[in-house]
Design a protein around this ligand. Structure first.
Ligand code: SER
Length: 583
């Protein structure tokens, strides 16, 4: 099936169920100043999900372009993308679980003609705030989905929202399709990636209040999202979204230019150039601020991966952008109107970056030859950033290729120092995406200490940090444990960290010798990194840890709600957690 056929069938199907089609909105949120880009079909609809009357009524349908930068590290696998399109249908206080699931099932099996025997679903298992979603499971059973194919899972997998820190949210039921050639196994297992998630029906039956409690909503909504790329991949028995018509001409062009086969690099280039074209289509220019900085990072990452696979062709960014415009010009005619601007901006950014890229790489090579330890200093990373335009992530990636780490804490210290200077110089306010980033990183540093203490209190008192990596988007935290954390354990940890954030605990720094710090019982596994005098950061009476900082001075400065979004193994006996501060 072709993409446009899928979109048409979806919209026609829901129109036949009395839905009205709404427009595919711009990528820049109109109603949400806290977000840089529209990240889901429901995003432009938040006011209506909260009860405002929608001029088109209470049953809506559309296809929506989206940008998600939270998954950027996963791009390169078979299914994750920065830019994607999402089909969605909404009930604003009209139908609820039963009809939503029946519509989904009918569309999947009757219109798309997917094999019912290859379908599986997940439903919410329930917790102390919200009940187990037996109702959804019963509807699925009544439609012929056997019990072994219906998994009840916790909040991490089967809960969606709120979009901000308060607002409509609720349990969801997700639909998976078996993409293997052979028959699907009797039982559904989420860990087996042959099951691909294609659709998510969210039942927004609660309003989350400031204190985190849930209040039953008067208006119960349905918010569904079906990924176009994944569904097209599944319908055409393809192995990855990059093989679909939305990518294959682009991948072919990249292969025509490159000297080396490297699937991951090709996919990153294809994904990032597409996202860049769509951001440029919003008339955003590359810069060091907010949206412009996201764009700059995407373009510069394309150039670096292009170098890596030996693309020498001049102006190839423009050639690739033309392919993107060609793929989408019928559905997004404004791409054609903005073509000159898009190509011109790509060329300018390419020129700007190329001028400094090679000299920057020489500085990088020279510095790493001098290294005694496996850590590149934050000063060097900052020089590469400020004088050669290397986004921090790029330096981290370059370092990783040489088995090195970057001292990110030190980078942000340098960044702050510099920011202080330029603030003084301009006597103005230097408020940028990057400045915001450095604040978020500082907050996440303190959160990492809270996390370690909570793990020690509730899982095992011998838990130690085995590594961490903090960006403005998330914490990655490794520690010693040889098993998976259970859902209820994760919950306890999250609750404790959030409690401590709310408790306005003072964060204090004291300098002392390593021996004194040990005597005090401060934790810290990387002593050798710090020399003889160490800084010990204490958070109220809750945690004491040797650390180079930077940290907030009071936990009340930490903005957002702490949530663990992923856990995985990271080698024998080491667990890895990824966590975020949800705004
Ligand atoms: N908002 C939900 C999601 O993003 C359903 O559309 O998955």
């Amino acid at each position: 099936m072709k993409v446009n056929e899928l979109i048409k069938e979806y919209i026609e199907f829901f129109k036949s169920k009395k839905h009205k089609e709404i427009k595919n909105s711009s990528l820049i949120p109109e109603n949400d100043p806290t977000a840089l880009f529209i990240s889901a079909g429901m995003h432009p609809l938040v006011p209506y999900l909260l009860g405002q009357k929608h001029p088109f009524g209470n049953r809506l349908v559309n296809v929506q372009r989206c940008i998600r930068t939270t998954d950027i590290e996963e791009v390169g696998d078979d299914v994750h993308l920065t830019f994607f399109e999402m089909l969605g249908n909404w009930s604003l206080g009209d139908y609820f679980k039963e009809d939503a699931i029946k519509f989904s099932f009918e569309f999947l099996t009757k219109v798309l003609k997917l094999n019912k025997n290859k379908l599986a679903v997940s439903c919410f298992i329930g917790d102390e705030n919200a009940e187990k979603d037996i109702e959804s499971a019963e509807v699925w059973e009544s439609l012929g989905i056997p019990k072994e194919r219906i998994k009840f899972l916790g909040k991490r997998d089967n809960w969606w929202g709120p979009a901000g820190s308060t607002g409509p949210c609720g349990p969801d039921t997700e639909m998976f399709y078996w993409t293997g050639k052979e028959n699907a196994p009797r039982e559904f297992n989420l860990e087996d990636k042959t099951w691909v998630e294609i659709w998510n029906d969210v039942f927004m039956q609660y309003n989350q209040l400031k204190d985190g409690s849930l209040k039953e909503l008067k208006q119960k909504n349905v918010d569904t999202g079906m990924g176009v790329e994944r569904t097209i991949m599944t319908l055409n028995n393809l192995k990855s979204v990059f093989e679909t018509e939305l990518f294959s001409p682009l991948i072919n062009k990249i292969r025509e230019f490159s000297k080396k086969d490297d699937t991951k690099a090709e996919r990153i280039i294809a994904d990032h150039i597409k996202a860049s074209v769509f951001i440029l289509n919003e008339k955003i220019e590359p810069s060091n601020l907010g949206r412009g900085y996201v764009l700059r990072r995407l373009i510069r990452r394309v150039i670096r991966y292009g170098n890596l696979i030996g693309i020498r062709k001049e102006n190839y960014l423009e050639d690739l952008a033309k392919v993107v415009i060609d793929i989408y010009k019928l559905n997004y005619p404004e791409l054609k109107k903005n073509e000159i601007f898009i190509l011109d901006q790509l060329k300018k950014e390419d020129d700007r970056f190329r001028k400094s890229l090679n000299s920057g790489l020489r500085v990088f090579e020279k510095e790493i030859r001098k290294l005694e330890e496996k850590i590149l200093s934050g000063e060097t990373a900052f020089t590469l950033f400020s004088s050669y335009g290397f986004p921090l992530e790029m330096t981290i990636e370059l370092a990783k290729e040489k088995n090195l780490e970057v001292d990110e804490e030190n980078f942000w210290e340098e960044f702050k120092k510099h920011q202080e200077l330029s603030r003084k110089a301009t006597k103005g306010v230097f408020k940028s995406g990057l400045a915001d980033n450095s604040e978020v990183v500082t907050q996440l540093h303190t959160v990492a200490h809270l996390l370690l203490q909570a793990l020690r209190n509730h899982i095992d008192k011998n838990i130690e940090q085995r590594g961490s990596n903090i960006t403005a988007e998330r914490i990655r935290f490794d520690f010693n444990l040889d098993r998976k954390l259970e859902d209820d354990e994760i919950k306890v940890i999250e609750n404790e960290v959030n409690e401590k954030i709310k408790a306005s605990l003072e964060v204090k720094k004291e300098e002392m010798s390593v021996e004194e710090a040990k005597k005090k019982g401060a934790s810290g596994t990387f002593e050798e990194k710090y020399g003889n005098v160490v800084s010990v950061y204490s958070i109220g009476n809750y945690s004491e840890e040797i650390c180079a900082g930077p940290h907030v001075s009071n936990t009340k400065e930490i903005k957002g709600k702490f949530r663990i979004i992923k856990q995985e193994s990271s080698g024998a006996g080491i667990r890895r957690i990824k966590a975020v501060l949800e705004k």
